[in-house]
Design a protein around this ligand. Sequence first.
Ligand code: TRP
Length: 468
Amino acid sequence: MAAAGSGARAGHENWSSRSAFILAAVGSAVGLGNMWRFPAEAGENGGGAFVLFYIFCVLLIGLPVLLSEVLIGRHGQANAPESVRRVARDSKASEGWSVLASMGVFAAFLILSFYCVVGGWVIYYIGVFASDLFQTGLTGGAFEGRAAEDIEGLLPSLFGNGGLMVGLNLGFLAVTMFFVSRGVSSGIEWVAVYLMPLFFLLFLGITIYGAFTGNFNEAVAYLFTFDFSKLTGEVMLAAVGQAFFSLSLGVAGMMTYGAYANRETNLGETSGIIASADTGVALLAGLAIFPIVFAAGLSASIGPGLMFQSLPIAFQAMPFGSLIGLAFFIMVFFAALTSSVSLLEAPTAWVFEKFKLARPVATIIVGTGAAVLGALSGWFWGAPVPGVASLALFEGQDLFNVLDGVTAKLFMPIGAILTCIFVGWIADARLIDKENGLDGVLHQTWRALVRYVCPIVLAVILVVGLTG
Ligand code: TRP
């Protein structure tokens, strides 16, 4: 393979095995998006119709884009913008296409900053349940004798405590920085290889617990009864956005991980495994959380508070409530950490390769930036951003929501559209064919999706998202 540039590959690391790559990529995909956002979105958007359309989005749009991203990274064997540049150069196309990945790297940095804020909440709830377990003992329900409003109020009272919010956020970010600074094999791969299996173990246990002690039938009916009258434009938009966020797409994260894959890895197959695992976890997360929430007679549609407010209330009435609550938030912490590591890695890889810095130095530079931005969104929680909040798109929103909105509504769809055009139309078809590991009908289907379906659907979503 004469493709990738020579000198700049020196010092470039690789995953130690294909399964390490899969675990790291699944670790990136599975995170707060699955455990926190997916059930909340499904609940807010009426359950079954959202879920079905979500699966449809993963297959038709998410999976083809995922393959396009890892493929660019693997061919380039470098940070995301440099990988795009190398694919462009080997295709005799303009190297200016690298801007799609530069935007992505920047967006990953923005996502990292607010992702770690939520990571901080997870640490807070680990603390809450740990101290509760200490007080009530192993078998008791959580928060014995406390009113539901009290438990629900834990989150708003955290929001009201700027110092604590910032501290927890920085704590979560510091752990993320620690692992990224150690590099691909002894840091990023290490968290994935140890924490992901632990995550799956805890996750399976809690799902079984939820199925036996909670209202499983109602949850199944809720998530899998497809009422098509509920499938509005808004629901569809929410589903695509969620699919992208959950698969870590549109912001160069999967390009960065693809760059550490070796030549023997079949990328088509690997992408299939990553997407299935991520979607499986999202669906199972719904099947773990909703039975517990329904058993307590609580509503499905409260939104972001579902995991942080309804679930803790529901644990109150459950046997082993504080223990399961603690296990639950530790599990979410593991999932969130393997994702934040990938969000930090994308900009860090760019900084240290571009400016020829040592990896730990680059980690500190990027991490410090994310710390400042994250601290601002924690500190100014609920305060509309001056200037920006007067725009229609961000009406009255605080920094946290502006960052969330900008990345989800602008960066992710634009990044993905450009990626599809680049891979489908600009890059040399022979180069792409050699990388993708698909043949026959699958290959043709993928190509048609990347060339036509994905960019068109994504463009519609972008326009509707910005105007609607
Ligand atoms: N996919 C992760 C989740 O579901 C979040 C995430 C990690 C992400 N890396 C990303 C989202 C890159 C967008 C882009 O929690």
